[in-house]
Design a protein around this ligand. Structure first.
Ligand code: NAD
Ligand code: GLY
Length: 374
């Protein structure tokens, strides 16, 4: 193992600070690592069918070896599980498993399991502990860190949720070996997001090393995940509940969420792919409005395309939504203020800012141009 094979990043929050441990084969050590974090040797593991098939046995062996009793709740894989129906069932099963307020549950999966189990932890008995063991690249660099938990509403993504920080995050990079290449690439979109929003040097490094990161080369992968977690931890420590700066983490997401809603939250467009398109759109709109250079927008597009990510909605479907329907969905975005759309735009690579004054008519004409790209 190289010197870079394990890293710890601290999220500094008053009374709620926690460590993110990043490295290979952490699952096998979880039983012993969890013991000091829990008030008694008992937990409930929440996972999905796919993750359970690949990795549950080694997690359970590790918990058993550490003498930890545990129930396991296996939910259907996929975004559709972030629903009231699954939340209700999950809470009922956690109560049935005897999870008390001083216990902690363990979210073992991608962003869907992390967001759903996290929200259940936030509301069960008015809040039980949560340990995040993210199993996708996306979840390791983004969704498991920072305490946002949510389910979806038919009116839009993540509209029902709570802030609930975990007690610890364990990002075991060995779990990523079973992730389909497409999911890995989709997760990479959230990696490069951190360079694009606030760290041009990280973007330069990724521009040179992205192929090693998605090939799961250990030193580059650990360095990329740790860089993202450090960037997120810094922002979350300054603005835990997104009153200002944290909104920058939504670069590309207002467009992305509208595209996901319009394409039905399915295989046609994965969340990370939608984020890749959304970030490319944010750069193109910024260039069109004169905030950033067209060269930067083109550089971002080529970087994403080289990894195999889409950069325009016309790359993924011919069944295009209308510009006005996308604009309607964007109005439901969580960042919306007084009915107006709030976008994260850029003054260049690594220079994102919150734009509150872009007229709907300007956004509409931009969306029309995007839908007519050849
Ligand atoms: P996901 O959880 O659906 O995982 C993607 C797919 O990969 C699923 O089919 C899953 O079963 C499978 N999978 C997971 N780990 C695997 C592994 N190790 N090997 C093989 N297959 C595996 O999706 P995701 O991309 O991880 O997360 C997307 C979700 O995260 C969205 O709902 C999004 O809104 C949310 N999100 C939340 C935050 C936040 O701050 N809370 C941030 C970003 C995204
Ligand atoms: N993924 C955006 C945030 O955590 O704020």
């Amino acid at each position: 193992m190289t010197a870079l094979a394990r890293e710890t990043v601290r999220v500094e929050l008053p009374a709620r600070g926690y460590d993110i441990t990043i490295g290979a084969h952490l699952t096998e050590e979880l039983g012993t690592r969890l013991n000091p974090l829990l008030t008694r040797p008992k937990t409930a593991v929440v996972t999905d069918t796919t993750v359970a098939g690949f990795h549950l046995a080694k997690l359970q062996a590790s918990l058993n070896a550490a003498g930890m009793t545990h129930d396991t709740i296996v939910l259907p894989a996929g975004e559709a599980s972030k629903s009231f129906a699954q939340l209700a069932q999950l809470c009922d099963r956690l109560l049935g498993a005897g999870i008390e307020r001083n216990d902690a549950i363990l979210a073992f999966g991608g962003g869907v399991i992390g967001d759903l189990a996290g929200f259940a932890a936030a509301v069960l008995r008015r809040g039980v502990g949560l340990i995040q063991v993210p199993t996708t690249l996306l979840a390791q660099v983004d969704s498991s860190v920072g305490g946002k938990t949510a389910i979806n509403s038919p009116r839009g993504k993540n509209l029902i949720g709570a802030f609930h920080q975990p007690l610890a995050v364990f990002a075991d990079i060995s779990l990523l070996g079973t992730l389909p290449a497409r999911q890995l690439r989709a997760g990479y979109a959230e990696v490069v997001k951190y360079g694009l929003l606030g760290d041009a040097r990280l973007f330069d490094w990724l521009d040179a090393n992205a192929s090693l990161v998605v090939a799961l080369q250990v030193p580059e992968l650990v360095r990329a995940i740790a860089s993202c977690c450090r960037a997120k931890a810094t922002i979350v420590a300054r603005d835990e509940t997104e009153t200002s700066e944290r909104a920058l983490l939504n670069l590309g997401h207002t467009f992305a969420h509208a595209l996901e809603a319009a394409t039905g939250y399915g295989d046609k467009l994965l969340h990370g792919e939608a984020v890749a398109i959304g970030m490319a759109m944010a750069f193109r709109l910024s260039a069109a409005l004169g905030y950033c250079s067209a060269a930067d927008a083109r550089r971002v597009e080529s970087h994403l395309a080289n990894i195999g990510l889409p950069t325009a909605i016309t790359d993924v479907t011919d069944d295009l939504p209308s510009a006005s329907s996308l604009l309607d969905i964007m109005r439901q975005d969580k960042k919306a203020r007084r009915g107006g759309i709030v976008l994260i735009l850029v003054r260049g690579i690594g220079k994102a800012f919150v734009a509150v004054d872009i007229a709907d008519s300007r956004i509409l004409s931009f969306l029309e141009a995007e839908l007519n790209r050849s």
